[in-house]
Design a protein. Sequence first.
Length: 147
Amino acid sequence: MTSRGDSALHVVEGALMTGVGAGLAYSGVQLDKPLYTIGGSLLAVLLFVGTILVVGGEARQRRVVAAGEARAEELWHSACHCSGCGAVFYPGGTPWPGPLTPEQFQKYVWTEAGYPNELEQKVKDVALPPGIPVRDPVHQAGAADHA
């Protein structure tokens, strides 16, 4: 996840690069060079739009993480890892009574917290045991569902 400081840096970088494109367009107007004017204008617009898309995506990602942080912490801290067998389990049997592999546990926590799109490919393909309660990825803001 990117911090607000990273996003601010991206805004500054985008503004500087957009300024270069605008400067190129301005010099094209001053020197009567249409290629510089058109190229600089297109470059400035593309860089401006690209900066907005990047910073907006980072803000959206921060909101998703903040929205699921409490649920992820709750699931993470109530679980135990058995180093002998390499399994993760919940001592009280809630929310899941059986052992999970570390990969299944990561997929479960991240899916329940609303982060299914951020899962690494090796974890995305891991199957969860039947009946384990997981959040419906289509309705991420909704209540937990049963897979």
